[in-house]
Design a protein around this ligand. Structure first.
Ligand code: PLP
Length: 466
């Protein structure tokens, strides 16, 4: 019997097939299952090629992940070799060499005593693992009530139930349920949106006091963890005020609250280091979650680095037989770990250094976009940056048609040869770390033109008078 339903013409383009059968991430109800997104056919270095054969700079490095760039022969080669040697083994009662070697290499880069690694399949499962470990840890310690998690407005931590419950970006939670009884949210540490007339230092102190007050209100014996991205990524590249993270870290330590740094974006070179917590912000978390750049996006892998002291506390507890009943079929995947080992070689042998050296140029060139009246602020750190558009600079209002502006800029830039990550009224840039000065110049020139054309459109449509 034919598999093709009678009366339905055969789908023959990728777009048609997708419209008919593919559910893509973050769909909206009105077009769910009926949407075709821009096709990407190939990638090479910092470029990708779209369905029409147009070569584009990969501005967001995929999703902040293709750190060493596309079509890296060495990563492709090691993936093939490992798959031919051992494609999979169960992590339930066997182990493989690449995962042990990778855990040791990651431990050597992690700050303080963070020396044990639990591998997952991506960032959400890494955050979920860290949170479940916190719950387990407090159960074993006889503190079953110490489970609340502190998160922040603007945060993004994933799409599994508990990790997603921490999300604090506008609209992430409008139509979605969450474990609200387990989560408490603090204000977003966005200096650009601090109260009018307030200094950044006073704003920082206000945020820190808010955390102190929250701990006092809820009670330290009910809060298990604080989870935060050192630089909030998809919330709009929010770099917190100087001194903010160390102050939060101190309050956690004083109150026996675990500090979980979500470095899914900031680790593996984005800020010029393998991990940013200590090297950039001077803090030693209790756990660090990572994913994305660990394999430069070539294989789905993530993980949590956990403090040796926490592991030791478990070993010495009165519940030596209590089980952390948590694990994924693909935990410690041999192919992913082999790719990550080679990726780490590439980062250590020049790419980290290059990323650190070129970052000031990247930031400085992007900053020039502030000359455009639609641009309220360009901010960032390392090789991550955000261009935030505003209706007018005085009130710092996002544009009234805020949904559209990022998308409009993206559409123009696409024509001109650049992929942008549109985020409401913002455009996020986080290119592959191998980007050169000339390529940065190209990227900024295209963005300048794309934003200028967007301003022309908005004026012509009577939507903006800037
Ligand atoms: N944490 C952060 C900071 C992220 O940016 C993301 C994804 O963008 C996640 C967690 C979730 O990672 P994944 O999409 O790999 O599950």
């Amino acid at each position: 019997q034919s598999m093709v339903q009678a009366g339905r013409p055969r789908a023959n383009t990728t777009e048609e097939i997708a419209r008919r059968h593919l559910l893509q991430p973050w769909p909206v109800a009105g077009s769910i299952g009926a949407e075709a997104r821009g096709l990407i056919g190939e990638g090479d270095g910092i470029y990708v090629v779209d369905g029409e054969g147009r070569r584009l700079i990969d501005g967001p490095a995929g999703m902040w992940c293709t750190n060493v760039g596309h079509r890296n022969q060495e990563l492709a080669g090691v993936m093939y070799e490992q798959a031919m040697a051992l494609s999979y083994n169960t992590p339930w009662y066997t182990m493989n060499e690449p995962s042990a070697a990778l855990a040791a290499r990651i431990a050597a880069h992690a700050p303080g005593d963070l020396d044990h690694v639990f591998f997952t399949t991506g960032g959400s499962s890494a955050v979920e693992t860290a949170l479940r470990f916190m719950q387990f840890y407090n159960n074993v310690r006889g503190r079953p009530d110490k489970k609340m998690v502190v998160s922040r407005g603007g945060a993004y931590h994933g799409s599994t139930y508990l990790s997603a419950s921490l999300n604090g970006r506008p609209r992430d939670r409008d139509w979605m349920d969450g474990a609200d009884g387990l989560v408490v949210k603090l204000s977003c540490p966005d200096p650009f949106r601090r109260p009018a007339g307030m200094s950044v230092e006073a704003f920082r102190d206000l945020l820190v006091q808010e955390f102190r007050d929250t701990v006092e209100r809820i009670g330290p014996d009910r809060i298990g963890a604080f989870v935060g991205e050192p630089v909030m990524a998809s919330g709009g590249v929010i770099v917190p005020p100087e001194g903010y993270l160390p102050a939060i870290r101190d309050i956690c330590r004083e109150n026996d609250i675990l500090f979980i740094a979500d470095e899914v974006v900031t680790a593996f070179g984005r800020l010029g280091h393998v991990f940013a917590s200590k090297d950039v912000f001077g803090i030693e978390p209790d756990m660090i979650t990572f994913a994305k750049g660990v394999t430069s996006g070539y294989f789905p892998l993530g993980g949590v680095v956990i403090s040796g002291a926490l592991v030791e506390e478990m070993r010495r507890s009165n519940h030596a037989d209590a089980m952390f009943a948590h694990g994924l079929t693909y935990s410690s995947h041999p192919v992913g770990c082999a790719v990550a080992l080679k990726n780490l070689d590439l980062l250590e042998n020049g790419i980290l250094e290059h990323a650190g050296a070129i970052a000031p140029y990247f930031q400085q060139r992007l900053k020039t976009l502030e000359e455009l009246p639609l641009v309220g602020e360009v901010r960032g750190l390392g090789l991550m940056a955000c261009v935030e558009c505003v209706a007018d600079r005085e009130s710092r209002n996002p544009l009234a048609l805020d949904n559209e502006v990022g998308k409009r800029i993206d559409a123009h830039c696409h024509e001109l040869g650049l992929l942008v990550r549109p985020l409401i009224h913002m455009c996020v840039m986080s290119p592959p770390l191998i980007i050169t000065r000339d390529q940065i110049d190209d990227m900024v020139a295209i963005l300048h033109e794309g934003i200028s054309r967007t301003m022309d459109d908005l004026r012509a449509e009577g939507l903006w008078q800037g």
